[in-house]
Design a protein around this ligand. Structure first.
Ligand code: FDA
Length: 324
């Protein structure tokens, strides 16, 4: 089992997920999660705004299996919309369909998302539909197709590891799109496995959408990609208001500030809430160097962090014995 698969396995572990919700931000997650409540999140967003950076806010949570949890998540997101408006911060919202009940019932999820999109449209707030694993790709596009008949404040994500992404980007070119490499484990029948192929396709998708599409969000921490885009937009006279760079909260902070200072539109993805565990494990899967965040906590902070890591290591050992 690779380290990447190991952390993806951990991200899907329900016991650890539930433990994490109970015990608040631990294992270094506080460096990459902007608090557990709306007030803390708004404070972080205001701080980003002072640096000329906008935010896309993610009320953490995904793969919900109970209607009550999906309804709670919807209500919380409605509060976030109110908070953006009341505090006049420069921010929009990212939602995950599985947090709003996609795995329970597509119609129920549709009604939840519709309520969110409708409220946000009143305040002219954009709603991005994050893309999750392949099994939720088509249903998420379907939600977009149906809602776009009545609303224009919505868009989604294209993941470059899927073979079908070029077809999808052509089909959805009239939407504001965030383009990413892709964060889930997908089989080789569906997705490139080799980093070089994923990166190559990533540049193709970005270039296509910059030239033919609506607004493009280039969401990456990869400075090679960022430098390539800088040259590409210059060479092709792509106006600055047609695109932005995006990165995750707490990652490459200096580069985030630098790009904003250079005059590029910049938007930080700001996750907050108690349901931080799966999100954090996926970040470790992408970049095991992020383990530094955890280790600093172990050596600097409280013993209960050690307990958390111990539990993680124990389950990790068990997982590594299982076949994928
Ligand atoms: P990648 O991990 O490929 O790294 C490339 C290089 O960049 C590294 O070799 C290193 O040189 C440099 N680098 C990367 N991270 C660094 C760091 N922290 N510090 C220093 N150097 C670093 N995925 C998904 O499936 N659905 C979604 O909806 C989203 N949404 C989303 C929003 C935003 C704003 C971001 C930034 C990302 C996502 N993702 C996502 C995750 C995305 O698919 C991808 O998994 C991660 O961004 C990791 O890929 P990168 O392109 O950032 O660099």
């Amino acid at each position: 089992m690779t380290l990447k698969n190991f952390f993806i396995g951990l991200s899907q572990n329900q016991i650890l997920n539930n433990m994490a919700k109970k015990y608040g931000l631990k294992l270094g997650a506080q460096s990459v999660v902007a608090g557990t409540n709306i007030d803390e999140m708004i404070e972080s967003v205001s701080e980003l705004n002072t640096h000329g950076i906008s935010a896309t806010i993610d009320n953490l949570g995904e793969f919900v299996t109970e209607k009550k949890d999906a309804t709670d998540a919807k209500n919380q997101i409605l509060h976030v919309i109110e908070a953006i408006h009341a505090n006049n911060v420069n921010a929009h919202i990212s939602v995950k369909a599985t947090q709003l009940g996609l795995d329970i019932d597509e119609d129920f999820c549709f009604e939840n998302i519709k309520e969110i999109v409708s409220k946000a449209s009143k305040y002219d707030i954009f709603i991005n539909f994050d893309q999750e694993d392949y099994s939720h790709l088509a249903p998420t596009f379907r939600l977009l197709d149906v809602l776009s008949k009545d609303y224009d404040n919505i868009g989604t994500v294209i993941q470059s590891y899927f073979y079908e992404s070029m077809d999808n980007i052509e089909r959805y070119k009239d939407y504001r799109l965030r383009i990413v490499k892709g964060a889930y484990k997908e089989p080789e029948e569906l997705a490139f496995q080799d980093k070089k192929d994923i990166d190559e396709n990533y540049l193709k998708l970005i270039e296509y959408h910059l030239q033919h599409g609506k607004f493009t969000s280039i969401a990456t921490h990869d400075h090679h990609v960022i430098n390539h885009v800088k040259q590409f937009v210059k060479a092709h006279d792509i106006p600055a208001d047609q695109f932005e760079f995006q990165m995750l909260y707490g990652f490459r902070k200096d580069l985030q500030y630098e790009l904003a200072k250079e005059g590029y539109n910049f938007c930080t993805y700001v996750p907050f809430g108690n349901d931080w565990y799966a999100y954090f494990m996926r970040r470790l899967a992408e970049r095991p160097q992020n383990m530094n965040l955890m280790l600093k906590q172990v050596f600097n902070k409280k013993t209960n962090t050690l307990v958390g890591i111990g539990a993680g290591a124990f389950l990790l050992g068990r997982l590594s014995k299982r076949k994928k």
